[in-house]
Design a protein around this ligand. Sequence first.
Ligand SMILES: *Cc1c(COP(=O)(O)O)cnc(C)c1O
Length: 381
Amino acid sequence: MNSFQSVRHLLHAWQPEVPVYCVYPHVYCDSTQHFLRGFPGRVLYAVKANDEPAVVRLMHQAGVTDFDCASLPEIALVSENCPGATCYFMVPVRLRGTARIAQERYGVRHFVVDHPKGLELLAGEIDMKRSVVFARMAVHHRSAIYDLSSKFGAQPEEIPGLVKAIAALGAEPALAFNVGSSVRSPDAYRHALGVAAEVLAELPFRLRLVDIGGGYPRSYPGYVMPPLEDYFVAIREGIRALPLAEGGEILGEPGRALAAPGLSALVEVLLRKDDRLYINDGLYGIFWELRFEGHNRYPVRAYRNGQPLGGEERSFQLLGPTCDSTDSLPGAVDLPADIDTGDYLEFGHIGAYSLGGRTRFNGHFSDKIVSIEDWRELPPM
Ligand SMILES: *Cc1c(COP(=O)(O)O)cnc(C)c1O
């Protein structure tokens, strides 16, 4: 991967005609270690948030040793890029045969189920005696932007039966849930841990592992979330009431919180029409997450001739390069009023749910990824 000291250096050396995605190793290192220090349990990075090998390697270098994977290619990616790391196969419905390969080829020992038939399928593929199988519980809370319990999860009253069935098949049973994604209130974790405490208290034996999933949010312009510390406090409180076995441990699966900060997208202004800017990336590319409810823009900085562009600002609408008229970014952004064709825009904080969802629609796809050493000019929030 090419490395530049800063985006200014990059633009002096090269005026790319395709979008360039900039990895900031120091930003990923700092933000990941901040999460690792604050979270009261074991941190599994949810690979789907950003599966770019360079990013996954940075998570590992920053101290993440455990990875939440949902497919064989994700497990292979982590195994190849992060020697010594542990992969967890944390999706309750898998492609046929993949649990077997995950265990035989990659030594995966942690799996999840949410249904008796799913447990039977899993038990047919793996050695239950050397496995930990989580029962995934559905929990709902109004503060989650995306409800991750509408698709997966057994109802709390079904969990004791599932846990006993897992134990009867010889695996170590454990409990997992996912509050949601971009969870707006730490209360969602308090609430879910309360439900979990009730379920655990009903069991005839104590469990050792409880996986409280992902959902830790990040702020975006115009979309301010509580600080991560508030979530860590709520989780600390919630886990105090959990009846766990000796050596009990809490697991968390942050995706967005780890993936968002250290990536930017550098795009070119192809044409200015009054207050509309046509750019060379859009909703079929790096900006696809903006199709969904939640934040509607990223922090942005303008460049001209390799230098940051300042001055009086006005509001612009951004349009992607495809012929689809819905390829228009939902949030207007403030930019220098004289921004023009040939200038560049750098969108920061774009590392979560971005690279992994790019399409080739209309022939547009960029795979130019570079590393930027100096983090100080990353577009401010
Ligand atoms: C998507 C997902 C995550 C990560 O969610 P974030 O909101 O990005 O933290 C964690 N666990 C599971 C099972 C997921 O599907």
